[in-house]
Write a protein that binds this ligand. Structure first.
Ligand code: TRP
Length: 349
């Protein structure tokens, strides 16, 4: 069986370092592993519209930002098909068929949908389109016959629901769809990067993000103002690592080589942590080190992003070709689906 990746992001803002360590970095590694026959990376504008119907201009603007973030991170249009969700009419068609295989109660139980309804204060005003987005996400994944879906941990319930839909479809209409596997970042600290303020999640609405497109000065400013151990007042005090955002970020970003380069008096992160816990290591020193590490990670991304920003016409062409390729693939799957559902009325076979 062909090994195929499908994944994507809603264009609701620029992507941040939480997206990067949680999934983008993994996607680039998978892309470069040579283990995949086809790779589809989708800018999920239709999904972004499910709770931005009155602000299409925001979604339109952010398609550009996300495309630049993707290319900046090293997604390579020679290896990965980058495309825009709403240009593929097969996706809503597939969604319509899958809707008949899922109960309202099942979607209501989806933890991600539940959490988002709360977060967005929808209460009883949930748009139907928003409510159904786990079903359309199953359409996205299956239309490309994806075997692997590299996403952040928050998307786990979406993948479970997708797998259920695949099983149900195949049971009712015969083996047609491929069962996908989720691919999570292997480093635990990367799974859910907290915000700069120590809040559970880095999120645009909380204003606690470092964006991939931030300039070096703002990154430094943000890092120097990060939440640490509120009881670690003097450098000589013993410090606590529990819930200490600076150390969580180091867990996510740091490699031993960075110690050789920037902080040679320590061999690795364990030694730095031990010193902090013992007392005698100030927050400023740790933050300065974290800043060096993150700047080092972001510099090549920023450089590539700038290049593509200056060649925006080329990016448009990449997207146009990506949409064409993605469309052809989804159309093939749709033909199989119609055949399986016996709604291929005018196909002579
Ligand atoms: N739900 C994802 C997000 O919030 C975007 C998305 C839409 C997606 N369809 C997908 C991710 C299919 C993986 C697979 O960003």
């Amino acid at each position: 069986m062909k090994q195929i990746i499908l994944t994507g992001d809603r264009p609701t803002g620029r992507l941040h370092v939480g997206h990067y360590v949680g999934s983008l970095k993994e996607r680039v590694a998978l892309q470069n592993s040579g283990k995949f026959d086809e790779i589809y990376i989708m800018i999920a504008d239709a999904q972004a519209l499910t709770d931005n119907a009155e602000h299409p201009e925001r979604v339109r603007h952010n398609i550009r930002q996300v495309a630049l973030d993707y290319l900046g991170c090293g997604l390579d249009p020679e290896k990965a098909v980058i495309f825009i969700q709403s240009t593929i009419p097969e996706l809503p068609e597939l969604t319509a068929y899958y809707m008949n295989l899922v109960t309202v109660a099942r979607v209501q139980r989806n933890p991600t949908v539940k959490a988002e309804i709360q977060q967005k204060n929808f209460e009883s005003h949930v748009p139907v389109g928003f409510f159904c987005y786990p079903i359309s996400q199953a359409a996205d994944i299956t239309a490309f016959r994806a075997t692997a879906v590299p996403v952040g941990e928050d998307q786990m319930p979406m993948l479970e629901q997708c797998r259920e839909i695949v099983h149900k479809f195949n049971a009712v209409y015969g083996e047609t769809l491929v069962v996908p596997e989720i691919v999570l970042a292997s480093n635990k600290a990367c799974l859910r990067l907290p915000g700069l303020d120590g809040k559970a999640k880095m999120s645009k609405s909380l204003g606690n993000c470092i964006y991939l497109s931030d300039d070096p000065e703002s990154v430094q400013k943000k890092i120097m103002s990060m939440y640490t151990d509120p009881n670690h007042l003097k450098a000589s005090d013993p410090g606590n690592l529990e819930g200490n955002t600076v150390f969580v970020y180091l867990d996510a970003f740091c490699q031993d080589a960075y110690f050789v380069e920037f902080l040679p008096e320590y061999a690795n992160l364990d030694e730095l942590k031990a010193h902090y816990q013992r007392g005698g290591l100030g927050d400023v020193k740790v933050k300065k080190f974290l800043n060096q590490v993150i700047q080092e990670e972001l510099a090549p991304i920023r450089k590539r992003r700038k290049h593509w920003e200056e060649h925006w016409d080329d990016v448009v062409e990449i997207l146009r070709q990506g949409c064409d390729k993605a469309h052809a693939k989804a159309a093939e799957t749709l033909a199989d689906v119609r055949r399986a559902m016996q709604i291929n009325y005018f196909e002579n076979d």
